[in-house]
Design a protein around this ligand. Structure first.
Ligand code: ATP
Length: 499
């Protein structure tokens, strides 16, 4: 059974003092549905539901606090206070937050149950299922949305699920950023539903792993996504939030060239002087994405989000492969503390991999901040160019005049570069003279295209880039040219970067 909206204050109150197990007995056996009902509850009544005297004292203190500041401390207000009612007509119970003062901005709203109709299932997570939906606005206009409904188990959505669901609501309702998934509002129905912006193209992970004939994502687009992600994370960090679950599965595609950070169920405010959040109890955590201090001490911070950003970068350039696949979770921490790092994926330039390694610095303080990363990504990103002559040399990346070329790797001293043909999606080596860089004023490419320093630990047996010694007189091995859809399966995922 779902807690009624009108009694959610009780659940929050009890959760705050670690007495959530008494929610149902208090509600059903003592018939308490409003704070003032406690005036009629005697200690014997609480004894009768098994609540000890120390716990009763905690409850009494909490009730005093609740009453001394009903608006600022009432949990329903706290959670829903940022919502402006969408409709004027009374669609909610009389004790609903409809009567609460409208906040400044009032961008988010309570949505009547009948205004949202759910369609096809998009996916499911730990505590909710997500459906495609249509939200009919008071004006009659219909907006496509995603509706996340709180999963209701046989014993109702008690404890963690409800807490995480509502925490996700309370975090999302205050966020407004072009690369953060937008929450439209909340349906206080059964089940509770979050009405969110629809990302019609699904998760980035699903897109990365989509089988042929879906074309792979171009390297240039992946770099754009990384910049969007760093911007969104800098925004979250500036608001004192730590995401804790950054991964391509939690990045949604709102359009072919726009990602949105989603899944705020694990987001927590950074507390304390050290700006980190320490986990209170055992919870499932995404081991392979986590920083060593998160795995060892349960400590999360913007710096541990930066570590996860590095793993997300790795996923993107590995075609959505699972990081540390085959390594048991308990060994991952040991590997990380032994300085093992995920190897450089073939599509990832040395400069970008070097950035990932900085995100994976053992000490959180040595990792770049997200706002710093935004600039670093700009510098490390590939150059864009255009093919100025057909390239047909054996072993070279095939290109035709006019093909857009992303230069992944180049060097001032080398006549051979590595890049991706935007028309064919193929990656390989080619003569530098065949490409004009977009920012070189129409001249053939003769200058360095890489501003980053070479990455440590980027040796990757079987990777598609060669030692850059190939020239027209010494053809490149055919293996250098490969489709980005099929990155070679990575076996030794724990490459040790040389010191
Ligand atoms: P968890 O919540 O357990 O961490 P999750 O991210 O998979 O995991 P949800 O946030 O419940 O769980 O999302 C489930 C799936 O629904 C996602 O994988 C995604 O594919 C899809 N989905 C979620 N939100 C949207 C949205 N706004 N638009 C389109 N699809 C969505």
């Amino acid at each position: 059974m779902l807690p009624e909206a009108g009694s959610l204050w009780l659940l929050k109150l009890l959760r705050d003092i670690q007495l959530a197990q008494f929610y149902w007995p208090i509600l059903e056996e003592l018939n308490v549905t409003r704070p003032e009902h406690f005036d009629f509850v005697k200690p014997e009544d609480l004894d009768g539901i098994g609540m000890g005297r120390p716990a009763q004292r905690r409850l009494s203190e909490a009730l005093k606090r609740l009453r001394s500041g009903p608006k600022s401390k009432n949990w329903v207000y706290k959670i829903l206070g940022g919502f402006a009612p969408e409709h004027k007509e009374p669609t909610l119970p009389s004790d609903s937050p409809r009567h609460l003062p409208e906040p400044e901005g009032g961008l988010k709203c309570l949505i009547p149950e009948g205004a949202v109709c759910r369609g096809e299932l998009l996916g499911s997570g730990c505590f909710g299922v997500v459906h495609r939906g249509l939200w009919t606005l008071p004006s009659g206009k219909s907006v496509p949305v995603a509706v996340k409904s709180l999963r209701v188990g046989p014993e109702g959505p008690m404890g963690t699920e409800l807490g995480d669901f509502l925490r996700e609501v309370s975090v999302m309702m205050n966020l407004e950023h072009p690369h953060v998934l937008r929450l439209h509002g909340l349906v206080l129905g059964q089940p509770l539903q979050m009405v969110m912006e629809l990302a019609p193209l699904g998760s980035l992970h699903a897109r990365l792993t989509a089988p042929a004939p879906t074309p792979p994502l171009l390297v240039a687009l992946l770099c754009l996504f990384l910049r969007q992600l760093a911007g969104a994370m800098a925004y979250l960090g500036a608001r004192g939030l730590v995401h804790r679950d950054l991964a391509t599965r939690n990045l949604l595609l709102a359009s072919p060239r726009t990602i949105k950070v989603a899944d705020f169920g694990l987001v927590r405010p950074l507390g304390g002087a050290r700006g980190r959040y320490v986990m209170g109890g055992p919870r499932p955590i995404p081991y392979a994405w986590c920083a060593p201090e998160s795995l060892r001490h349960g400590a999360f911070s913007s710096a541990s989000d930066v570590w996860m950003f590095g793993v997300t970068l790795w996923e993107m350039f590995s075609g959505g492969e699972e990081p540390w696949a085959g390594v048991p979770p308990y060994l991952i921490l040991q590997r990380l503390e032994d300085r093992a790092r995920l190897p450089r994926p073939p599509l990832c330039s040395r400069a970008l991999y070097s950035l990932a390694l900085r995100c994976w610095a053992p000490h959180p303080a040595d990792r770049p901040s997200f706002s710093h990363l935004e600039g670093l990504l700009q510098e490390a990103g590939p150059s864009e160019g255009c093919c100025v002559r057909d390239v047909t040399e054996p072993g070279a990346l095939r290109m035709e005049t006019g093909d857009p070329i992303t230069v992944i790797e180049g060097s001032p001293d080398s006549t051979i570069w590595k890049g991706q043909n935007g028309r064919t999606f193929k990656v390989g080596s080619f003569p530098a003279s065949a490409v004009t860089l977009a920012d070189a004023g129409g001249l053939p490419a003769t200058r360095p295209v890489h501003r980053g320093t070479p990455a440590r630990g980027d040796q990757h047996p079987g990777s598609i880039d060669g030692p850059f010694s190939w020239g027209p007189s010494s053809p490149a091995p055919a293996a250098w040219q490969s489709a980005a859809t099929h990155p070679p399966a990575s076996t030794g995922r724990s490459a040790l970067p040389p010191e």
